[in-house]
Structures are given as C-alpha cells and as structure tokens.
Design a protein around this ligand. Structure first.
Ligand code: SAM
Ligand code: NAG
Ligand code: NAG
Ligand code: NAG
Length: 244
C-alpha cells in the first residue's frame, strides 16, 4: 500500500509540475500568500452557508466562558477574512491574529460589518508564537480551518493553553483525516503533497483530535461530522471545544 501511495503521489506531483518549478524558483509562495485571501474570501462565504447550523451550535456556547465582568475576551488564531465574527456574542472583545498580513483589507471589511463586536487588535503572527499575548489573559481562543495549516499543532495547542485563563476554552472547527482503513484516507495521502502547495500549506491527513486529546486540556468536547462540502477529501470534520 505504501508503495502504491508513493507512486500515486508522484503521478499527481508530475501533473502539477509547473507549480513545483515555480516553488523551486521561490515564486510560488509569495504569489500564493497574495492570492489566497481572495480565494479564502469566496470559500469562507460558501462554507459559512453550508456549516451555518454547526457554527451556530458551536459558538452558542461561547458566552458560558465570559469572565466575572460578563464581557468575553476572545482571541482568534488564523482569523483570515474574519468569517466567524457574525457568530460571536454582542460586546465580545476580539483580537485577531494571522501570519499573513494580506488578509488585512478583508478583515477590516468584516470588522466594519460586525458592529456588535469590540475589536482590539490585529496581530500578524503565527499561532506557534503568540509572545505578544500574556499568560492567562483571554477567556476564549477560536480557530476554524487553521490547524490543518499550522507547522506544529502541538506547539500551537501549548500556546493556546498558555494564553487561556484557567477555566477558559478553545473552540475549533477543522477538517481532518478520514479513518485510516478508508479509501478516502488513501486518496487524502495521495493528494496531500500537492494539495499543500495549492492550499497554502494545508494538510489533508491530520488526526487533529489526537493532538487535542494529548494537549492537557481538562476536558475536550468534540464531535466528528461529514461536512456537506464540494470536495470530498475535506468533508471529514471535527468541531467542539476544550476547557483549560
Ligand atoms: C483556510 S484559512 C481559514 C481562515 C479562517 N479561519 C476561516 O475559517 O475562514 C487558513 C488560515 O490559517 C492561517 N495560518 C496559516 N498558518 C498559520 C499559523 N502557523 N498560525 C496561525 N494561522 C495560520 C492562514 O493565513 C489562513 O488565514
Ligand atoms: C460547490 O458546488 C456548487 C454546485 O456545483 C457551486 O454552485 C458552488 O459554487 C461550489 N462551491 C465552491 C466553494 O466551490
Ligand atoms: C512540534 O514541536 C514539538 C516541541 O514542542 C516537537 O517535539 C515535535 O517534534 C514537533 N512536531 C513536528 C511535527 O514538527
Ligand atoms: C502534559 O502534561 C504532562 C505532565 O505535566 C507533560 O509531561 C506533557 O509534556 C504535557 N503534554 C503537552 C503536549 O504539553
């Protein structure tokens, strides 16, 4: 099986050869970082329609984690175009972080459309290193479709735990690997190396629920669903929250 996967991977990569050449020349990544916000702006809209019910269900739990003042301080990692703002409760204080500064205009537009929130800051930083955010300082951390792209999930979850207040929660909705015995997992592995280039570092094969279980949260509440998306390889999803 491993040999078959290897051969199929090379075939797909051969078809995508121009991309790998551009990448080798150092041209692909900067182009990708510029174009991706436009692509994400389109995709996030359609994603929000298709997963509206699940996002609503997930984020309806946010207010349970507000501090004693009743106001919720929320930090979003990989905030992208700000597709989750509409689901946050009124008065919520929001800090956004993303390593790609090219999202800024889209983010500003989403902020303007969501006057029910109080925006604090947009920090350009990867979630592996949030040193600008102090320990135990936020009620809630949110990420959607981000753990597939970060370079180290374990490091990110450590950072999340560091910045959360005791009793605070990490909310997530992520596409994940299909069960190992499935054909879908076979195809996810075959497309993974090429997909990474096309989708700004996104991996199709992460078993993110395992990282969450190992991350030393006091409680992890999650469910596996098959999201009704166009691309079958990103349909397996987990969503839920983990309490510090
Ligand atoms: C698929 S987009 C999702 C954007 C947004 N969260 C949404 O749900 O529409 C992935 C996002 O993760 C960001 N990202 C990539 N690597 C990251 C990292 N190491 N830390 C934090 N965010 C990262 C990308 O810049 C991009 O905004
Ligand atoms: C998904 O497919 C439908 C119908 O074919 C199409 O209208 C829609 O734009 C597609 N969405 C995305 C994100 O590609
Ligand atoms: C992630 O970082 C940890 C240290 O925090 C390291 O042990 C682990 O090997 C890294 N994982 C990957 C996939 O690089
Ligand atoms: C979880 O906590 C244990 C015991 O304190 C520690 O050894 C381990 O490294 C922690 N795991 C992570 C992923 O931080």
């Amino acid at each position: 099986m491993a040999v078959l996967i290897f051969l199929c991977q090379r075939c797909i990569q051969l078809l995508a050869l121009p991309i790998f050449v551009l990448s080798f020349l150092g041209l692909w990544d900067p182009m990708c970082k510029k174009v991706f916000p436009y692509v994400m702006n389109k995709l996030a809209r359609s994603y929000n329609v298709k997963l509206h019910k699940e996002k609503q269900q997930l984020f309806s739990n946010l207010k349970d984690f507000a501090g004693s003042s009743g106001q919720l301080s929320l930090l979003e990692i990989g905030s992208g175009t700000g597709a989750n703002f509409q689901f946050y409760p009124s008065g919520c204080r929001v800090t956004c972080t993303d390593p790609n500064p090219n999202f800024k205009d889209f983010l500003a537009k989403s902020m303007a459309e969501n006057q029910h929130l109080q925006f604090e800051n947009f920090v350009v930083a990867p979630a592996e290193d949030l040193r600008l955010v102090s320990d135990g300082s936020v009620d809630v951390v949110v990420c959607t479709l981000v753990l597939c792209s970060v370079s180290n999930v374990t490091t990110v979850l450590k950072e999340v735990l560091r910045i959360l207040k005791p009793g605070g929660a990490f909310f997530f909705m992520e596409h994940v690997a299909s069960p190992r015995s499935s054909w879908k997992y076979f195809w996810q592995q075959v497309f993974d190396p090429t997909w990474k280039y096309l989708a700004d570092g996104c991996s199709l094969t992460r078993e993110t629920w395992k990282d969450l279980d190992k991350a030393n949260f006091s409680e992890v509440k999650l469910q596996h669903i098959n999201a009704p998306l166009n691309w079958t390889l990103v349909r397996p999803h987990i969503f839920g929250y983990a309490v510090k």
